[in-house]
Design a protein around this ligand. Sequence first.
Ligand code: BTN
Length: 248
Amino acid sequence: MASSFTDNYIKLEVITSTNNFAYKLLKAGEIKEGAVITALHQKRGEGQLQAKWESDYAKNILISIVLSPNISIKNQFDINICISLALHDFTKKYFKKGVKIKWPNDLLVENEKLAGILIKNIVKTDSIKDTIVGIGLNVNQIKFKNYSLKATSMKKLLEKEFDIEELQKELLDCIGLRYLQLKLKEFEKIREEYFTVLHGFNQWGHYEIEGGKIKAKITGIDEIGMLLLEMENGKTKSFSLKEITFLF
Ligand code: BTN
């Protein structure tokens, strides 16, 4: 699978959003599984919860990959898990410790955000026909705005410049390998692995919910990918991304 990502590799200088562009091309039937779109700059990079993804010109990885998993919508979140694990595999090559996934799919190094993932699924009669996997990975940028979750980069952490194209290739190899597991429907296996690297799993931590601070423990995710938290009173509640803020 890894090598098939080189079949249709579209490199752009500037675009509104690689995810949005990939979606348009896919809808128009101009690209298919394996297509990769990269850009040096996005005018309106899309982040989670309608946030803008900001990235200095030519400093970071901005990439969208088209996959056609053909899995049931019941396994929708397993795509997030698969891609998060691929990013984790990639990052672990550079950092021996402190690499974690923050639910649902942020990549953290020492509690700072190195990369984010935005996935758009195209559903056809109960199955995920196509998916656009967008990844923003901070490489050579060293100054970031004050986001609620502090941003970091490879250069900031390792104090050297990286070849972005080279890293992109390595990342695609990691995605290719994890995608094989998804195609083989190894859902249980990847879920288990996800929990071993999930920030706050089975540990008491602090969260903000409805404006109040609480202490809780992540105990799992439900079938649609909502976060399950055990409260101090022993009860378990589920939360969507917009309902919860992690406090570090
Ligand atoms: C997040 O908010 O953490 C997700 C960020 C995803 C950003 C990437 S950059 C490449 C691709 N194109 C987009 O517009 N967004 C994703």
